[in-house]
Design a protein around this ligand. Structure first.
Ligand code: NAD
Length: 430
């Protein structure tokens, strides 16, 4: 049932409903579609994923036993090009989560105007508790089960939480063995020596830094003295923190799942990265003071970057946030109830489907380079990425002004309008 229908039926907004990612996506979609006065038929077409695949994959574990893992691949739309989206390995993966993430990919690719649809995949597993051999066997079998559904012109996976360059290398190799030829463009986020793009690893963080710069310009603020707090020091959070630190921002706080650090004069992010590399955790870093991780994100700062996971800004803590800008590195960090609270507080939100789109934009560059067989320098990649992020920020912010809506709804409206236009132009094959 759609959120709007639930609202009309007066079903109360419980925390469970508030934090269901599919409902969160659908609520924003419905709101934006309503504002766009979207044709009812197109509304129905774009509201639901085009295809949902569930696989149960048997894996021989290192101890000789057989374990069966459940995996998903959801393709939300191929209207504007091949489906595109990451694969997540986590114990919390659910079909609703993968559906939501697949839809967000469609909107994200449309916001930055790259020729892809949206997809997402996931396997319910705990990669931290599995050996490399088990992970490799699981990845290869998952790929084999999806063999006729993925491909450079069909659906192009990439890394997400719990997966990395190595996972993509296994997928590329498995797909290539089945095709009897090397097909590098079947996945992005690969190691550079087997068709990966320079700059891909840092791309999401770099895109975040670009939109932070643009937000400061739009709000008449300065980099000097701009305090930043980052939640999550993984791929997105650590790269965003490092690039912002290098640009002269003052990163006063970093949180991780097992602790948090603050330094009002600014954390030395280069030194913190080295510490984490050696110690395996941010805890114990001499350049910062340990603080409560849930409290730190509510501290006064100019920019808060949630870059860990979904549903971290909810009705429970949104009113206590003291940032001026919320730049969403993670997908779906803010619930729909928190949206209203932040809007009332006047927080300038750079929504996830814009803020973290640097990753998929550079994945697009990787796919282009693989198909050309000609690779760009890192400077070329970064320059092209910056241009797309600056233009997309400008598109969203001016759309918000001209339609008198907040930045998130503007990003959705812009994206839905683009996908709806293509869908109408192609027509419905029925
Ligand atoms: P990652 O696994 O590399 O990093 C996530 C980090 O967050 C980890 O270090 C983890 O320990 C930490 N973390 C987990 N729970 C936390 C909590 N409650 N508080 C603080 N820290 C916590 O994953 P990633 O690739 O950096 O992705 C992070 C988010 O960004 C996800 O929502 C992902 O979907 C999104 N995203 C990633 C990319 C990309 O290119 N990697 C692109 C777009 C969006």
């Amino acid at each position: 049932m759609a959120i709007l229908e639930l609202e009309e039926a007066k079903i109360p907004m419980t925390l469970e409903r508030e934090t269901n990612p599919w409902e969160a996506q659908a609520a924003r979609f419905d709101l934006a579609a309503k504002k766009l006065n979207l044709d009812q038929g197109i509304w129905k077409v774009l509201r639901y994923p085009a295809r949902e695949i569930i696989v149960h994959i048997p894996i021989a574990m290192d101890d000789g036993t057989i374990e069966v893992f459940t995996g998903y691949r959801v393709q939300h739309s191929i209207a504007r090009g091949p489906a595109k989206g990451g694969i997540r390995y986590s114990p919390d993966v659910s079909l609703d989560e993968v559906r939501a993430l697949a839809s967000w990919m469609t909107w994200k690719c449309a916001v930055v105007n790259i020729p892809f649809g949206g997809a997402k995949g996931g396997v319910i597993c705990d990669p931290k508790k599995m050996s490399q051999g088990e992970l490799e066997r699981m990845t290869r079998r998952y790929t084999a089960e999806l063999i006729e559904f993925i491909g450079p012109e069909k659906d192009v996976p990439a890394p997400d939480m719990g997966t990395n360059e190595q996972t993509m290398a296994w997928i590329m190799d498995t797909y290539s063995m089945h095709m009897r030829q090397t097909v590098t463009s079947v996945v992005t986020g690969k190691p550079v020596n087997i068709g990966g793009s320079r700059g891909r690893r840092e791309a999401t963080g770099r895109g975040i830094a670009v939109v932070c710069d643009q937000a400061l310009k739009a709000l008449g603020m300065m980099v000097e003295g701009c305090r930043v707090i980052v939640q999550g020091f993984g791929n997105v959070g650590s790269n965003a923190a490092k690039i912002l630190f290098d640009k002269g921002y003052t990163v006063i706080g970093i949180t991780e799942f097992d602790g948090a650090l603050e330094n009002k004069d600014g954390l030395d992010i280069g030194a913190l990265l080295l510490h984490r590399q050696k110690a395996g955790t941010i805890n114990g870093f001499s350049g910062g003071k340990a603080v409560d991780k849930d409290e730190l994100i509510t501290w006064p700062c100019e920019i808060l970057i949630p870059a860990a996971t979904e549903n971290v800004i909810t009705s429970k803590n949104a009113a206590r946030l003291q940032c001026k800008i919320l730049c969403e590195g993670a997908n779906g960090p803010t619930t729909i109830v928190a949206d209203d609270i932040l809007e009332a507080k006047g927080v300038f939100v750079i929504p996830d489907i814009l803020a973290n789109a640097g990753g998929v934009t550079t994945s697009y560059f990787e796919w282009v380079q693989d198909r050309m067989g000609y690779f760009w320098t890192e400077a070329e990649v970064n320059q092209r990425l910056e241009r797309i992020m600056v233009d997309s920020f400008e598109d969203v912010v001016s759309y918000a002004k001209s339609h008198n809506v907040n930045n998130r709804i503007a990003a959705y409206m812009l994206a839905i309008d683009r996908v709806a236009y293509t869908t109408k132009q192609r027509g419905i094959y029925a």
